[in-house]
Design a protein around this ligand. Structure first.
Ligand SMILES: *[C@@H]1O[C@H](CO)[C@@H](O)[C@H](O)[C@H]1NC(C)=O
Length: 271
C-alpha cells in the first residue's frame, strides 16, 4: 500500500466521522446527544493520534523516508524494527559456521541467498532508481523490471566468501555448482566483487555501536571483547518472505525479456 493510498484511507475514514458530527448537531439538544458528541470527539482525536503515531507519522516511516531509498519493499511492508542480540561467540559454532556440507548450505539457503528475481511494477520503477530503458519483462508476461532485493545479494556474496574460504574452497570447487561453474578467472572476479560490495555496504551503514569487554576465567581473570551485542534490526524475516513469494518463474521462456528498443542505452562491456 502506497503512502497516497494510506492518505486516502485516512481521509475517507475521517470524512465518515465528520458526517457523523453533522447528524449529531442537527438533532435537538439532549444530554445523551452531548455525551455522544463528546464520545465521537474523543474517538476522532484518539483515532487521529493513533493514525499519527502508528501510520502516517510513525518514527519508523519518517526514518525510512530519510535513510532508505524507496523500494517496493518499503511500499509494501514499510520498515519495521526489532531488537536482536547478535551471536558473537568465538568458539561456539552456530548453523552458519559449520564445515562445508549440506547442513551448512541449507542454513545459508534458508536466508534466501539464491532467490530468483522479482518484478518491480513499471509505475514504481523510477522511484526505485531504474531508468526507463533498463531491462524490462515483456508485457506478455506481466511487464515490470526484473530485480533482486539488494540485501539478499549481500548475503549471497557473503555465502560465496564462505564457500571460498581456504578450508571450504576445495569442497565447493569440486562440486562445481553456482559460481563455481565458471572458470577460475571469472570465479576470482566474482569473489572479489562480492568482497568489495560487502565492504561498501558495511561502510555505508557503519555501525556506531560500542563493543565493551567482559571478564572470563575465574582462576586467572582475563578480558575479552563482548561481541554479543544488542541491535535495532530491520525485520529480516518479513523481507525474506516478501522476496520469496514474488520470485519470477524458474524456467523463463525465450521471449521473457522485452528486447532493447532503438535508443536504449547498451553498454560496450559488463559495467
Ligand atoms: C551463539 O550460538 C551458539 C551455538 O548455537 C550458542 O551455543 C551460544 O550460546 C550463542 N551465544 C549467544 C550469546 O547467543
Amino acid at each position: 500500500m502506497s503512502m497516497s493510498d494510506k492518505d486516502e484511507d485516512a481521509e475517507s475514514l475521517l470524512s465518515g466521522i465528520e458526517h457523523y458530527h453533522e447528524k449529531v448537531h442537527r438533532g435537538t439538544f439532549s444530554v445523551s446527544k452531548l455525551l455522544l458528541l463528546c464520545l465521537s470527539y474523543l474517538l476522532t482525536a484518539g483515532g487521529g493520534a493513533w493514525l499519527g503515531s502508528n501510520w502516517l507519522f510513525s518514527p519508523a516511516s519518517i526514518c525510512a523516508e530519510l535513510t532508505a531509498r524507496y523500494s517496493p519493499v518499503i511500499g509494501d511492508l514499510g520498515l519495521s524494527y526489532k531488537t536482536v542480540q547478535y551471536n558473537g561467540s568465538f568458539f561456539k559454532l552456530n548453523a552458519f559456521r559449520q564445515d562445508a556440507g549440506p547442513e551448512v548450505d541449507a542454513a545459508w539457503s534458508s536466508l534466501g541467498v539464491d532467490y530468483r528475481a522479482i518484478a518491480v511494477p513499471s509505475d514504481q520503477a523510477s522511484r526505485s532508481g531504474f531508468a526507463q530503458d533498463q531491462v524490462k519483462i515483456s508485457e506478455k508476461y506481466g511487464g515490470g523490471f526484473p530485480a533482486n532485493v539488494e540485501g539478499l545479494h549481500h548475503l549471497h556474496c557473503l555465502n560465496l566468501l564462505r564457500k571460498s574460504l581456504y578450508y571450504n574452497f576445495d569442497y565447493y570447487h569440486a562440486q562445481g555448482e553456482g559460481a563455481f561453474k565458471n572458470n577460475d578467472v571469472i570465479l576470482k572476479n566474482h569473489i572479489t566483487h562480492c568482497l568489495d560490495i560487502i565492504r561498501q555496504q558495511l561502510m555505508c551503514i557503519v555501525d556506531v555501536g560500542m563493543l565493551g569487554q567482559v571478564w572470563w576465567d575465574p582462576q586467572a581473570p582475563k578480558s575479552f571483547v563482548d561481541f554479543n551485542t544488542k541491535h535495532m534490526c530491520r525485520s529480516f524475516e518479513e523481507i525474506r518472505q516478501w522476496a520469496e513469494e514474488r520470485q519470477l518463474p524458474e524456467h523463463m521462456p525465450k521471449d521473457f525479456l522485452a528486447p532493447p528498443k532503438e535508443g536504449d542505452l547498451i553498454y560496450d562491456a559488463v559495467p
